[in-house]
Design a binder for this molecule. Structure first.
Ligand SMILES: Nc1ncnc2c1ncn2[C@@H]1O[C@H](COP(=O)(O)OP(=O)(O)OP(=O)(O)O)[C@@H](O)[C@H]1O
Ligand SMILES: [Mg+2]
Length: 148
């Protein structure tokens, strides 16, 4: 586990970018942490680090946004997902097999469907003030080292 503190949205994005640059394809980046913790902002950085220039926005209504690059990024919002049927309807299981990168907001809701292989857990919680966030990453050391 590696833990960092972010004191601004820009810094959270930067941590995402550092991780994004370490991804090789096939990873699932699973976010845990409540409303407004910075998961979408982090994903914008992830895309940047993967060499994708796109305006990353919340996939709240469409459930998944797809950003094409050398490796494709699939950005999910599982906020409204509660059943296995719901999850299947997002295409999650199909995307898992395609070798892209999955970034999954509200992974709490699909915890037992997360793959074991190439799983990177990102937990975000509030820090000492409104703009600070504590980010914890658990995964293989090739990923954790991107923050060290
Ligand atoms: N250190 C920080 N890192 C990230 N965001 C921050 C930070 N400090 C303040 N913020 C603010 O918190 C909000 C984070 O929004 P964002 O949409 O990225 O969160 P989210 O976790 O995806 O929320 P949701 O659960 O609604 O999808 C933004 O308004 C951002 O400006
Ligand atoms: Mg979000």
């Amino acid at each position: 586990m590696v833990e960092v503190v972010s004191i601004s949205p820009e810094q959270t994005e930067r941590f995402g970018e550092l991780l994004g640059a370490a991804l090789t394809g096939g990873e699932t980046v699973a976010y845990f942490g409540g409303l407004g913790m910075g998961k979408t902002r982090f994903t914008a950085g992830l895309a940047k680090g993967m060499g994708i220039s796109a305006d990353v926005s919340s996939p709240t209504f469409s459930l998944v946004h797809e950003y094409r690059g050398e490796k494709t990024l699939y950005h999910f919002d599982m906020y409204r997902i509660s059943t296995f049927e719901d999850l299947c309807s997002t295409g999650f299981y199909d995307y898992l097999d395609w070798g892209g990168v999955l970034a999954v907001e509200w992974s709490e809701n699909i915890e037992n469907a997360l793959p074991e292989e190439k799983l990177i857990r990102i937990e975000i919680s509030r820090g000492e003030n409104d703009d600070s966030r504590i980010l914890r990453m658990s995964g293989d050391s090739i990923y954790e080292n991107s923050w060290r």
